[in-house]
Design a protein around this ligand. Structure first.
Ligand SMILES: [Ca+2]
Ligand SMILES: [Ca+2]
Length: 446
C-alpha cells in the first residue's frame, strides 16, 4: 500500500492519514481529505506535506481508500475508476496489523446511528469467527464461544462466521438503538494469523427527511434481449417502480441507478451461479463487481440467468432461486469487499422481480425473514407478525406457507416466500440507518 512518500500517489480529494507537526514525537495520526499538496519535490522520506480540507497541515503516513482502489485497478486492468468519493455522513475507521484476538475499539459519537464492521483474513479461504462485541458501560452485546457453541447477548441473532471476510451490522432493531460510547470487537481466525485489515463504517447525519439508495445493475445474462439498451432500461425502470411501491410509504426511495453490461468474459463466468456447490464463485462475483465500482455507496446487483441450488437444499427458500444476497448482512462494495452484492435471475415473465430484489437487498442490510420456512425462527422486530408452526402449519408438512400464514405475515415482503409487498415501520427503521442510504438533498422533513 502506498505510504505517502511519493507525490505521484497523492492528489486532492484522497483520504489520508497525516502526522501534524505537533504530533511528530508521538506519531499520532490525523485523518482527512487532501485539499492541497504542499511538498514540491517528487519524493520525501518522511512523507509528502499536504493541507487537509479542514486546514490542518502535516505529512502523509497512509493513504486510505483511494490508494487501494488505484492498486486494484492497475492489477485487474479494468477501465479506470475514479477514487471513491468522500461521503460527509459516513465515517470510516480502519485498523491495520490486527493480531488474532486483539480487541478493536470503535468510539461511536453522539449522532452516529449505525455501525457496519468488517475484517479480512490474509487468505480468502480462511475461517473467521466473531467472538465478541462489547458496548458502552461494558454491556455484552454479543459473545460467542466456538468450543461450546453458545451465544450470549441478543444484539445479533446468531453466531457470525465466514471465510475470508467477516462483517456485522448494528442496530438490527429499534430496541437496540446504538448509544454513543466505546464499542469493542474481537475476531478470531482459524489460522491464528494477523488479519489483513479491519474497519468500520459509521453513519451519521439526519434521518429525518427522505432517504435514498443508489444501485448499479450489472447485466451478466447471456440473454441477448436484456443486453439491448431499450430492454434493460425498461426492465430496470419497472424494477425501480416495484421497489418504490414497497419503500416510499416509509420515506425511503430509489436514488440513482446505473446499468453496466458485463464483458463477454464476465458473462461467461457468472451467468450461472451455484451458491451452495461452489463457494469460490459465490463471493468472487461480488468482489469482481466491487473492484469495478466507482464510489462504494451503492448496491451492486448482478443480473444473471440462473441461480442453481444443490439438490439437498431444494426445499429451502424458493425465492433464493430467483434472487440471493451474498452477505447477510453484507458489506458496501469497498474496493476489497467480497460479500457485497445481490444476484437476481433475469426473468421477463416474472412481475415480482423488484420485490425479490428488495427482499434480498434487505437481507444484505441486516433485515431477516419475519418467519422462517419451518415456522420456528422469527425476526427481532416487534411490529412484524409471526406465524409459528405449532399453530399455523395446518397440513403438518414442516413448512408454514403463504396460505397458512395469510392472516399473519404472508403479506410482508420479508416473509420467507411469496410476493408480499407490505413493509413495517421497524423494517424501515433498520434500513434507513444503513450506510447505503443517504438523505435526499432538498427533501423536506415529513
Ligand atoms: Ca417480528
Ligand atoms: Ca404447512
Amino acid at each position: 500500500m502506498a505510504d505517502g512518500r511519493k507525490r505521484s500517489d497523492l492528489r486532492p480529494g484522497l483520504k489520508v492519514q497525516i502526522v501534524l507537526k505537533q504530533d511528530q514525537r508521538s506519531g499520532k495520526l490525523t485523518s482527512g481529505v487532501i485539499q492541497e499538496i504542499l511538498t514540491p519535490s517528487a519524493n520525501h522520506p518522511h512523507g509528502i506535506k499536504v493541507r487537509l480540507s479542514d486546514g490542518q497541515v502535516g505529512r502523509v503516513k497512509q493513504i486510505l481508500l483511494g490508494a487501494l482502489c488505484l492498486a486494484l485497478v492497475s492489477l485487474s486492468g479494468t477501465s479506470a475508476t475514479s477514487a471513491p468519493r468522500d461521503y460527509p455522513d459516513l465515517r470510516q475507521v480502519t485498523f491495520n496489523q490486527v493480531k488474532p484476538n486483539q480487541t478493536l475499539s470503535i468510539e461511536l459519537k453522539p449522532n452516529e446511528h449505525s455501525l457496519l464492521f468488517y475484517a479480512h483474513a490474509q487468505n480468502k479461504n480462511e475461517n473467521m469467527t466473531l467472538l465478541e462485541i462489547v458496548g458502552p458501560d461494558g454491556e455484552v452485546l454479543h459473545s460467542y464461544d466456538p468450543q461450546a457453541d453458545t451465544l450470549e447477548g441478543d444484539y445479533l441473532q446468531e453466531a457470525i462466521a465466514n471465510t475470508g471476510e467477516l462483517s456485522f451490522y448494528l442496530p438490527l432493531t429499534p430496541e437496540h438503538a446504538l448509544e454513543p460510547g466505546k464499542y469493542s470487537v474481537k475476531v478470531k481466525t482459524d489460522s491464528g494469523k494477523t488479519l489483513k485489515d479491519a474497519g468500520a463504517i459509521l453513519r451519521t447525519g439526519s434521518l429525518q427527511g427522505r432517504q435514498a439508495l443508489d444501485m448499479t445493475f450489472w447485466i451478466l445474462s447471456k440473454n441477448k434481449a436484456i443486453q439491448a439498451p431499450a430492454n434493460y432500461q425498461k426492465y430496470v425502470s419497472d424494477v425501480r417502480k416495484q421497489i418504490n411501491q414497497i419503500i416510499q410509504p416509509h420515506g425511503l426511495q430509489m436514488g440513482k441507478i446505473q446499468i453496466k453490461v458485463g464483458t463477454p468474459a464476465m458473462i461467461q463466468t457468472y451467468s450461472k451461479l451455484q451458491p451452495n456447490d461452489d463457494d469460490k464463485i459465490e463471493s468472487d462475483i461480488c468482489q469482481d463487481l466491487a473492484k469495478r465500482t466507482d464510489g462504494y455507496r451503492q448496491l451492486n446487483v448482478a443480473l444473471l440467468d440462473e441461480i442453481m441450488r444443490s439438490p439437498s437444499e431444494i426445499k429451502a427458500d424458493a425465492g433464493e432461486n430467483v434472487g440471493f444476497a451474498l452477505g447477510m448482512p453484507g458489506l458496501l462494495p469497498l474496493p476489497h469487499s467480497r460479500w457485497s452484492c445481490v444476484v437476481l435471475a433475469y426473468d421477463p415473465e416474472d412481475e415480482h422481480q423488484g420485490g425479490t430484489l428488495w427482499h434480498e437487498s434487505s437481507h444484505l442490510m441486516g433485515v431477516v425473514h419475519t418467519t422462517e420456512e419451518n415456522g420456528e425462527g422469527f425476526d427481532p422486530l416487534a411490529d412484524t407478525p409471526e406465524c409459528p408452526a405449532a399453530k399455523f402449519d395446518k397440513d403438518k408438512d414442516g413448512l408454514v406457507d403463504s396460505e397458512e400464514c395469510a392472516g399473519r405475515d404472508a403479506a410482508n415482503y420479508m416473509f420467507w416466500e411469496g410476493n408480499g409487498k407490505a413493509m413495517t415501520t421497524q423494517q424501515a427503521w433498520v434500513l434507513k440507518r444503513h450506510p447505503l442510504f443517504y438523505p435526499v438533498q432538498g427533501a423536506k422533513s415529513p
